[in-house]
Design a protein around this ligand. Structure first.
Ligand code: PHE
Length: 452
């Protein structure tokens, strides 16, 4: 099988496919609520700084490892050095932790789309709608089942190509729409400018270690890094494609979408809550509470809201498909089973982990581990624990075992590598030291040993 790996046809094909995986709920749902919660402008600044250094270096390293070995993450590490085989396996497990709760959120988006289309837009704009909705037992489970079901069907029948084509056309529409909604709120709703200031002007007094911890976790999540995905994508690209340029393009696009999503949501939070701090800190519900109010205030808001939620569904689906596809192909390889069996196992596991994530807001809201309900726990385990560990080992592996030169040689087969000095320095020293510091503080805080 390995020898028959297909390649992406053109340069842009790879970038678009990787961007399809990268741009998803991470950008539109997760980034804005973290930016709102962890200091606005200062979060944005830290995020962008990390993205051009860490994000860039790790992305280049992963794509290069994939292209060099022609293997997916599970085997790529072992092929380069036997002692590191386990990293690939652990990295590949991260998508299995993310997919279930990702699909719960995907289900929320489906519900909101259905709500706007079926004429409940005004009801959805009320403060309590979202809380009441996720507090229900059955309905969120149904929408979750629909989301994961559609994802599984696409993966089972291998019709990703079709979805990808549609999403390529939709992606620019999503970007344009996000910008339009942002500008509409900023220029027409009172109080929105305060939010623009909060989001764009860094306030250094709001800086805390949590700003960096959350920005770094978000970076991995949003760019599909530290979970083997970019290694797998890298294994499909041809030698003449510039890894450096591709990494930059994927990053710029991904960060651009996240930036616009923040610009759409944060000023709206200010406008509709009068800059109330607790509204900014509300977490995962932020987009769902805020956007319906924007659509309510906008002429033609129902139509725009429907189109918007539909685009978000597509962006979320391309990401969930990429998550599921990764796990399915790993199970196929590892357990020597067929696609169908693998699909059913992954679907079963996703339901098993997704149901408690959904019920964590209703029936099981009392049940907490380390102070977190299940959805937050899966999010924490994958983003704040496993991904930093994998990123750390990847940096040490590339920096000291493989040596940056191996990656640089791979990148420069047919192209220049302009930022190679930055790459070497970041991957060897800056990244491992920072990641370790962050990891330790997030573990200590999770166990309540320090408060950050
Ligand atoms: N990057 C995706 C997002 O921002 C999530 C994702 C992670 C998708 C890993 C695929 C693989 O929504």
């Amino acid at each position: 099988m390995e020898s028959k790996r297909s390649s992406f046809s053109g340069k842009i094909g790879f970038v678009l496919a990787a961007a399809g995986s990268a741009v998803g709920l991470g950008n539109i749902w997760r980034f804005p609520y973290l930016a709102a919660k962890y200091g606005g402008g200062i979060f944005l600044l830290v995020y962008v700084a990390l993205s051009v250094t860490f994000g860039f270096s790790l992305m280049v390293a992963e794509i290069a490892i994939g292209r060099k070995t022609g293997k997916s993450a599970v085997t790529a590490f072992g092929e380069l050095d036997k002692r590191f085989s386990l990293v690939g396996l652990v990295a590949s497990l991260v998508p299995m932790l993310i997919l279930p709760y990702y699909s719960v959120i995907g289900g929320w988006v489906l519900k909101y789309f259905a709500g706007v289309v079926s004429g409940s837009a005004s009801a959805m704009a009320s403060d309590t709608y979202f809380g009441d909705y996720i507090g229900k037992v059955g309905e969120p489970l149904l929408w979750f089942a629909l989301f994961i079901g559609v994802t599984a069907i696409v993966v089972l029948f291998g019709v990703e190509k079709g979805i990808e084509k549609v999403s390529k056309i939709m992606m620019p529409v999503l970007v344009a729409l996000t910008l339009f909604i942002a500008l509409y709120t900023i220029f027409t709703v009172d109080g929105a400018w305060e939010g623009v200031k909060y989001y764009l002007l860094p306030d250094f007094s709001k800086f805390s270690i949590m700003t960096v911890v959350s920005a770094m976790g978000q970076l991995f999540y949003s760019m599909s890094l530290a979970m083997g995905i970019m290694i797998t994508y890298g294994s499909y690209i041809k030698k003449e494609i510039s890894i450096e340029k591709s990494a930059k393009q994927i990053e710029i696009f991904d960060t651009g979408v996240a930036f616009l999503a923040g610009l759409m949501i944060i000023p709206a939070v200010f406008a509709f809550s009068g800059g109330d701090e607790s509204a900014l800190a509300q977490g995962p519900g932020l987009m769902f509470v805020t956007l319906p109010k924007v659509f309510e205030a906008m002429p033609g808001g129902t139509v725009i809201g429907a189109i918007f939620f539909f685009m978000v569904i597509l962006a979320a689906l391309t990401s969930s498909i990429s998550l599921m596809e990764t796990i399915v192909s790993i199970f196929m390889d590892k357990f020597k089973i067929g696609r169908r069996a693998s699909c059913f196992i992954v679907l079963g596991l996703s339901v098993l982990l997704g149901v408690p994530s959904s019920l964590g807001y209703s029936l099981w809201s009392e049940f907490k581990i380390m102070g977190m309900q299940m959805l937050d726990l899966f999010d924490f385990l994958s983003n704040s624990l496993m991904m930093p560990i994998i990123a750390f080992i990847t940096c040490v592996f590339v920096g000291f075992v493989l040596k940056p030169k191996t990656i640089i040689d791979e990148v420069t087969i047919d192209n220049k590598f302009k930022w190679q000095k930055l790459f070497s320095a970041v991957i060897r020293y800056v990244a491992p030291v920072c990641i370790l510091a962050i990891l330790v503080s997030s573990i200590l805080s999770a166990f309540g040993i320090i408060k950050i």
